[in-house]
Write a protein that binds this ligand. Sequence first.
Ligand code: HEM
Length: 429
Amino acid sequence: MVEATTDSGTNGTTTGGRKRVTVDLDQHSATYREHWPQISDDLLDRCPVAWTEAYGGVWVVSGHQDAVRVLREWTTFSSYQDHHDPTSPRRGTSTPPQPQLSVPLELDPPASTVYRRLLSGPFSPQQARQREPFIREITTACLDRITESGAADLVAALTNPVPAIVTLDILGLPLPLWERYAWAVHRIVHSPPASAQASRAAAAVGDMMADVGQTVVRRRTDPTDDLISLLATATGDDGRLLPLDHVISACGLVIAGGVDTTTALVSHALHWLHRHPAQRERLIAEPARIPVAVEEFLRVAAPVQFMTRTATRDVELGGQRIAAGERVMVSFAAANRDPAVFDCPAQVRLDRTPNRHLAFGSGVHRCVGAHLATVQAVVMLQEVLRRIPDYVIDEDRVERYPSIGVVNGYVNLPATFTPSPATGVSLPG
Ligand code: HEM
């Protein structure tokens, strides 16, 4: 699936006279979308650290151990985006790089630390548990809108609105805005780079960020008890308010992180359970197994497929010489299928423990929303399996994201099921 070739490279410093393994990989292509498990397995098997010329050239790191090293060794593999100097090689965590700085994702410690500290409270395991009744209420309200009809698109009806509404609630943004914001985020995430669709989505994200910016400015002088107020009024080590543009960016990242990834995870789980009725029956009979199953869905779906760093010095990784300034992209999808860590990685085992998947990353930028995402996924799966347990997905009409190089998601999941009465819970706002 992946053609690995070696060459001596064009840059003597880069290769130090060694053969550089080159692959033809474009993570935003239709080929990658259709064959990502096989491509990931091939990379792991033949060239766990390889160079692709896509998007100006980037190393692809597939092995679990090397991926963990890249994610944890932040002084060597920097997340920093130097948005002051367009010629700097430090171009942040996206491939291709995004023009906007993402905070704290594209800062290195110590600059990122204050944001991590602020976010760790509202996204703690305890807070995630405390939010469970609200998450269940929103899930119930979403299911109430479809149960009587016996047919629905499970993305539009459930996996899209629940994470979006919960995220806006934490930030303190008006809940009715969820649909507009979720549309913008989903579109920007799944549009192939430089496509017309990507430009339209960028405009919608720009509008969303303008709204968020105005709210941050208002909360600076008139704070409430929400996350935007916490960030807007926080001070750094120098005792001064955090920079406005960084605070706005951090709010935007919480929306982006909160909205699309959990949608992708639960959509994958619902699709997989449709295809594996015996396993579905098992979870229906024993819902206490759902939290462990969610970890396995995280491993096999890898909702976030790649994250990029920039090498700050010449370094050897997986037998390859990486030069200072070169870009290094971790494949979470491949690392989660590494046979050195996971027994029979291609098999989905809903009771797999331990499960050292990297779906939430590792190290100083490990996902702050991991606990919240997990609670949301568990609640959504519990409620679907309780209220519409016999759902059947119309495979012919399922649409995956055009590009899964950022988030491995679904545009829709058209389904039918035995109708049942609503319970009378409505969406707030
Ligand atoms: C299934 C759901 C999710 C997955 C798979 C996921 C995945 C990830 C990954 C892999 C990273 C690390 C990026 C890196 O190392 O460069 C990350 C960071 C982040 N995630 Fe998530 N995420 C999920 C849900 C959420 C949720 C629900 C939120 C918030 C509401 C969130 C907010 C963030 C933020 C703010 C960061 C940046 C942390 C930092 O830079 O220090 N994520 N996420």
